[in-house]
Design a protein around this ligand. Structure first.
Ligand code: SAH
Ligand code: DHB
Ligand code: MG
Length: 224
């Protein structure tokens, strides 16, 4: 653990209490994930609210998430949708999907947010066939990191000019700057950054973050 971790956590707790505040459905989703033994890897409360703000700024009507876990980030994103808006979230683990569906229902969002069970590389082609290319206004990539380069290709295909593509966990304790890294996750995330940077159809940035989840970062790419 970095020596600054207690401070990062204390500041996140302080900011969460001020700008996020306690919220029954979101608190219940975190508790249900913990209760079911899911890993404690959802976005932090301030990051969840950032996703919500981004979806609002984007005036997103259709949102795709890759990597649901217990539905915490999905609830944040689904809440940003206007009436008639829809979120689809893809999850490979049946238990995670079940916990997420229950928390989404508890949040009153069952009509808005749909959890699709299956490996994203299996469910994305079906989704593309069903919805058509260019059908999502915001895409949040947060599943297995080795899949990120492939998810980037699908995100581009499923987006349109004006869409926003966000990816989580793209700094990895700073290891992303290590060109010699043997870590498969680091190598895949570096490949992700290189694909985004080389793509003329988008303009992007990456922000490093510290907080309750340690040192990591988020990538933002706007489709031109
Ligand atoms: N977005 C969530 C956290 C997701 S954690 C939140 O912030 O609340 C990553 C999730 O991706 C895990 O639930 C894991 O089971 C799922 N996952 C891993 N590999 C996957 C794949 N190939 N397809 C779909 N989901 C996958
Ligand atoms: C992991 C996955 C995440 O999406 C995250 O935000 C943190 C950790 C993981 O697989 O360890
Ligand atoms: Mg993540």
């Amino acid at each position: 653990m970095p020596k600054q971790q207690p401070q990062w956590t204390a500041v996140d707790d302080y900011l969460t209490q001020l700008v996020v505040q306690s919220d029954p459905a979101l608190d219940a989703a975190r508790a249900a994930s913990k209760e079911a033994g899911l890993p404690d890897i959802a976005v932090s409360p301030p990051q969840g609210k950032l996703l919500f703000l981004m979806a609002r700024l984007q005036r997103a009507k259709s949102i795709l998430e890759i990597g649901t876990l217990g539905g915490y980030s999905a609830i944040w994103l689904a809440r940003a949708l206007p009436p008639g808006g829809r979120l689809v979230t893809l999850e490979a683990d049946a238990k995670h999907a079940e916990v997420a569906r229950a928390s989404i229902a508890h949040a009153g969002l069952s009509e808005v947010a749909e959890v699709r069970l299956g490996r994203a590389l299996d469910t994305l082609p079906l989704l593309a066939k069903e919805r058509g290319d260019g059908s999502f206004d915001l895409i949040f990539i947060d599943a297995d990191k080795t899949g990120y380069p492939d998810y980037w290709g699908w995100a581009l295909r499923l987006s349109h000019p004006g869409s926003l593509i966000i990816a989580d966990n793209v700094v990895r304790d700073g290891a992303v700057a290590d060109a010699q890294s043997a870590d498969a996750n680091v190598r895949a995330v570096r490949r992700y950054h290189e694909l985004v940077a080389a793509e003329p159809r988008v303009t992007s940035t990456v922000i490093q973050t510290v907080g309750v989840k340690g040192y990591d970062g988020l990538s933002f790419a706007l489709v031109l």
